[in-house]
Design a protein around this ligand. Structure first.
Ligand code: PEP
Length: 251
């Protein structure tokens, strides 16, 4: 078995009322005892964080934000800072999700700044990288993920990656029901780990690289059986407690 503890993180995106989120968290909590290996995390929308953080208190599951500001505080209307997440007890924060990159214009440079802001606040960034369908078809998968990864390494140095998680999320597989095959995912994960290893073998060996993109209970086992896949970042399937738990159990 890999020495890396798998992480299964649910990205709720912009979903959930207070009642739905309470039921979801309570459902996850009830099943946690049957999750033997994986670390379990949920990433709710900001407004649901106080509720979710309270519900999760005392359980084995942790939580994270879906985004953060590059700033620590101040006149930035509508933004949420890393120290605010930390204040509520956040462990993780997603940075560079493809929806942030494509809908909100987040560049590689901004994502790298957010990565630094997360670590400065004592949070573990989950850095998302991945290619679009057009990029895959143009044979640019490796150059795209390398560019996205290198932006962070250039800004913060390879050692900064020690305290982070990577998520390979092919954009064409997110929310589409189209999953990368285990081999397609493994190939990119191995490429990413190899790129890290060329700079620092210790960082490469310890790095948890999650797969994200239409992962569900029925395909999780096969994906996570790949040697370089260390868990999952789960969108749609993380909104149903039993489905999410079954992915956690598969890890
Ligand atoms: C995601 O958005 O991180 C994701 C993987 O979504 P889905 O599981 O719905 O494809």
């Amino acid at each position: 078995m890999s020495k890396r503890r798998p992480l299964v993180a649910g990205n709720w995106k912009m979903n959930g009322s207070q009642a739905e989120s309470t039921a979801l968290v309570n459902g996850i909590k009830q099943g946690l005892a049957s999750v033997n290996t994986a670390e379990v995390a949920v990433c709710p929308p900001f407004i649901l964080i106080p509720l979710v953080a309270t519900l999760l208190k005392g359980s084995n599951a942790v939580w994270g934000g879906q985004n953060l500001s590059v700033h620590k505080s101040g006149a930035y209307t509508g933004e949420t800072a890393g120290p605010m997440l930390k204040d509520y007890g956040s462990t993780y924060v997603i940075v560079g999700h493809s929806e942030r990159r494509s809908y909100y214009g987040e560049t590689d440079k901004l994502v790298a700044e957010k990565f630094g802001a997360a670590q400065a606040a004592g949070l573990i960034p989950i850095l998302c990288i991945g290619e679009t369908l057009a990029e895959r078809e143009a044979n640019q998968t490796e150059s795209v993920v390398a560019r996205q990864l290198d932006a962070v390494i250039q800004m913060h140095g390879i050692a900064a990656l020690k305290n982070s998680v990577l998520a390979y999320e092919p954009v064409w597989a997110i929310g589409t029901g189209k999953t990368a095959t285990p081999q397609q995912a493994q190939d990119v994960h191995a490429f990413i780990r190899g790129r890290l290893a060329a700079l620092d073998k210790g960082v490469a060996d310890g790095m948890r690289i999650l797969y994200g993109g239409s992962m569900k209970a029925s395909n999780a086992k096969e994906l996570m059986a790949q040697p370089d896949i260390d868990g999952g970042l789960i969108g749609g399937a993380s909104l149903v407690a039993e489905e999410f738990l079954n992915i956690c159990r598969a890890a």
